[in-house]
Ligand binder design. Structure first.
Ligand SMILES: NC(=O)c1ccc[n+]([C@@H]2O[C@H](COP(=O)([O-])OP(=O)(O)OC[C@H]3O[C@@H](n4cnc5c(N)ncnc54)[C@H](O)[C@@H]3O)[C@@H](O)[C@H]2O)c1
Length: 385
């Protein structure tokens, strides 16, 4: 089977999740192209990077991303770094003719996102954006039920992505809390997922009105090290320049209405990525913390037996599930990355464009941009690309 050589940039959270997916994908999803884990790239050439590369199964490590993306023996560049690096890395990789998978959100601004789309289109390379929650079997199954008309006309969409990891005011000013690295805070980090899932399931959002709040305005500068973005050697406190919480209302093109919340200040909610969809014939509810389950309410049943049922989405008939274990043998967060990678490799092999790709990334970025604009103007704003 032909091998396809991969360079992964980023060796921490997403580096770990993506490395696991490269190792697992062909063991569960047979396919023509087999990824070869060539080089893992991090910010600094340390023993820790080298040890991580060995632990994750990479042949080499490097800390010069420009050198890595220019290598002739690399076919795929995987961008799993903080947002401010997505644009330069993607543009360079596209110019070098590499296929690209990029972590979300695509960029830190709409202008950057558009430029990245232009670069991959000009280079005619395959591009994918890793909105991995689309590939939770229960979410892909929800999409199937909606498309089959099981919910009828959709009235309401509720999307809430709640976390609580920065509630302690002493939590340091990591890159996710600075605009110059992250673009936005809760909005781009987790609200981007909520917005993408809504457009995936229901369709395009046309107008929004939003508000953004920063509860803790200053935080201790991080200690020297990987997380010490721009604050090396300094002591004291630094300004938080992103939102801790973002809320917005939305009107969809098809007449549905939506309510969204993205926050890192919801105590006890560790990774509470949820949606509810209410239609004329039925309703759906999903919670990532119980990701193997989908709640379905069928309004067409006689009222005396109507009730939400909990479907365990592990049947062979369910999306992706059959490749793993027998029914009822549940899967986890990491499996969503293998699903995405399988679809990406298949798309490269077949010369097709996978979804979501950078076009969806530009739309998502336009939506984030519109929420920000509305939070500033205090008005309803139209999503403009
Ligand atoms: N899809 C998801 O579920 C999900 C979850 C978390 C993060 N993300 C996204 O993944 C991306 C990375 O987030 P993370 O949580 O892995 O961040 P992280 O802080 O855990 O890791 C960042 C990595 O980038 C590397 N890096 C930084 N500067 C670099 C440079 N100049 N050259 C080479 N490498 C460099 C660091 O060495 C580190 O390995 C972000 O875009 C984030 O939004 C997606």
């Amino acid at each position: 089977m032909p091998e396809i050589n991969v360079a992964l940039i980023g060796h921490r959270f997403m580096g770990k999740a993506h490395s696991n997916a490269y190792r697992q994908v062909r063991r569960f999803f047979p396919g023509n192209l087999v990824p070869r884990m060539k080089v893992l790239c991090g910010k600094a050439c340390t023993e820790e990077l080298e040890a991580t590369a060995r632990q994750f199964g990479w042949e080499e490590s490097d800390c010069e991303w420009e050198r890595v993306v220019a290598r002739k023996d690399i076919d795929i560049v995987d961008v799993s770094t903080p947002g401010h690096l997505h644009h330069p890395m993607v543009v360079a990789a596209a110019q070098a003719g590499k296929h690209i998978i990029c972590e979300k959100p695509l960029a830190n601004s709409l202008a950057e996102a558009k430029d990245m789309l232009k670069a991959v289109q000009k280079a005619r390379v395959t591009h994918m954006l890793n909105f991995n929650y689309r590939r939770v079997p229960a979410v892909a199954f929800a999409k199937r039920l909606i498309e089959e008309g099981k919910l009828g006309d959709i009235y309401h969409y509720h999307g809430a992505y709640l976390q609580d990891w920065i509630m302690d005011p002493e939590f340091p000013l990591v890159w996710r809390l600075e605009k110059k690295y992250a673009g936005t805070g809760a909005l781009g980090d987790i609200g981007a997922h909520a917005a993408d899932l809504a457009e995936f399931l229901i369709g395009e959002i046309q107008t929004v009105t939003g508000m953004m709040t920063t509860f803790i305005k200053e935080r201790p500068l991080p200690a020297e090290g990987e997380g010490a973005w721009g604050a090396k050697g300094q002591q004291g406190k630094g300004k938080v320049t992103v939102d801790d919480d973002t809320n917005f209302l939305a009107r969809f093109k098809n007449g549905s209405v939506g309510v969204f919340e993205a926050t890192r200040f919801a105590g006890g909610r560790r990774n509470h990525n949820t949606f509810q969809v209410y239609g004329s014939k039925g309703s759906l509810a999903f919670n990532m913390e119980r990701m193997n389950e989908l709640e379905f309410f069928d309004r067409t049943e006689p009222t005396d037996v109507q009730a939400y049922r909990t479907i365990i989405v592990t049947q062979a008939e369910h999306p992706y599930a059959g490749a793993w274990w027998p029914p009822g043998h549940i899967i986890g967060y990491e499996h969503t990355f293998a699903h995405g990678l399988h679809d990406f490799l298949t798309a490269i092999d077949e010369g097709k464009l996978p979804e979501p790709n950078f076009r969806h990334g530009v739309r998502n970025q336009a939506l984030l941009d519109t929420v920000e604009r509305s939070a500033k103007s205090g008005k309803w704003e139209k999503v403009k690309i």
